[in-house]
Ligand binder design. Structure first.
Ligand code: C2O
Length: 373
């Protein structure tokens, strides 16, 4: 049977139980259960109309005017989420409530319905892509609602393309740190590895392989990265199991070693590379419990989600590029608050086609296609 939507009122996210879920000196809150609202759960209905939200590469300012507008809207949205934290932190659209979603689904906040001794874990298996797709889907629509723009689209961190391989500049703090939010950067997060800010990202898990400094090192890192993306989308991704991850169904123990290619390689490498190793638990990005507190998380995951689309688009040449058809995958479901504060249940099967979800990704170069290692 498929993994079911959790019983959120029974969440145990304030109880630190086993070793891996115990984070001494955590710099972020450990209580991640969503607030009780007494709302009934509805099955989510896909939008029937509305414009397609076009997610944009966070570094690409070639169309200066549109880029500026997009960045302003995005920053305003995050600013308003942070403001909600001050006025109404239990509001499901607040910055911290959105961040806590990740903690709850990933750090043992929920157990599986019917299996109280089994943790619900949406990482390390075939739930990884669909869960994060839905998470970003609502996050994007919530920002659109907050800023009053139903065409709002998230940026994506285009780390598979050389001009996008550093942390996008918009995330770097502006020099003027005055009280006016426009001069403060709402998408800056202080818990990042500062030494990595100007560098080319390292899509390999091992942080000690990070080359330093010279132009030659930079070039070498770029070509290694392209090779990694090729592996993640092509060589190691010939079927759903390789790409999406292994089967995980109701009653199963926490998945171990079942990650798909992207999840296990480039995706995790970026998390660890961004997190601050001087924080007690790699906050924010290098730990499930805290990752959602860095706005870069959602922008990184937009690119991860884009990898799913690009993998699927390669189907004409690679016929194995198809999602699972097993009912236990199709009918797995999660709970989110939508942009209207309704508590909705969503299914994997409904998130397979971006046309149904009314968003898409603006095109950028994909040089990794020609970078077979
Ligand atoms: Cu839920 Cu990038 O992890």
């Amino acid at each position: 049977n498929p993994i079911e939507t959790p019983d959120i009122d029974a969440a145990k996210c304030d109880e630190v139980t086993s070793g891996i879920r115990d984070y001494p000196n955590a710099v972020r809150p450990r209580l991640c259960r969503p607030p009780k609202t007494g709302k009934a759960i509805k099955n989510y209905e896909l939008p029937k109309d509305g414009a397609v939200r076009m997610r944009w590469a966070a570094h690409d300012n070639s169309d200066e005017k549109t880029y500026k507008e997009n960045v302003e809207k995005y920053k305003l949205g995050i600013h308003l989420m942070r403001e909600l934290d001050k006025t109404n932190p239990k509001h499901p659209h607040s910055f911290s409530q959105q961040a806590k979603i990740h903690c709850a689904y990933c750090n043992g906040g929920y157990t599986q319905v019917g299996f109280p001794e089994k943790i619900l874990q949406i990482h390390n298996s075939w739930l990884f892509f669909p869960f994060h797709r839905w998470y970003l889907y609502f996050y994007e629509r919530i920002i659109g609602k907050l800023i009053g723009d139903d065409t709002f689209a998230l940026p994506y961190w285009n780390w598979d393309n050389p001009p996008g391989m550093t942390i996008p500049e918009i995330f770097i703090p502006e020099k003027d740190d005055s009280a006016d939010f426009k001069n403060k950067n709402p998408i800056f997060d202080k818990y990042r590895d500062a030494s990595h800010l100007p560098q080319v990202v390292n899509l390999f898990f091992n942080p000690s392989s990070q080359p330093k400094g010279s132009e030659q090192d930079r070039k070498r890192q770029i070509s290694c990265n392209l090779g990694m993306v090729y592996r993640d989308l092509i060589s190691n991704a010939t079927d759903w199991e390789g790409f999406c991850g292994g089967k995980y169904a109701a009653g199963d123990g926490e998945p171990v070693g079942l990650q798909g290619s992207v999840e296990g390689n480039s995706h995790t490498a970026v998390h660890v590379w961004v997190g601050d190793p001087t924080q007690p638990n790699g906050e924010d990005m290098a730990n499930f419990y805290s990752a959602g507190y860095d706005p870069l998380f959602y922008v990184h995951h937009a690119n991860v989600d884009r990898m799913w689309k690009l993998w699927k688009d390669l189907k004409k040449d690679y016929p194995g590029h198809e999602e699972p058809t097993d009912k236990d995958w199709l009918d797995a479901s999660y709970l989110f608050y939508d942009e209207n504060e309704e508590l909705v249940r969503v299914y994997n099967k409904d998130c397979v086609n971006l046309e149904d979800l009314k968003y898409d990704y603006a095109k950028e170069d994909t040089p990794w296609l020609k970078s077979r290692p």
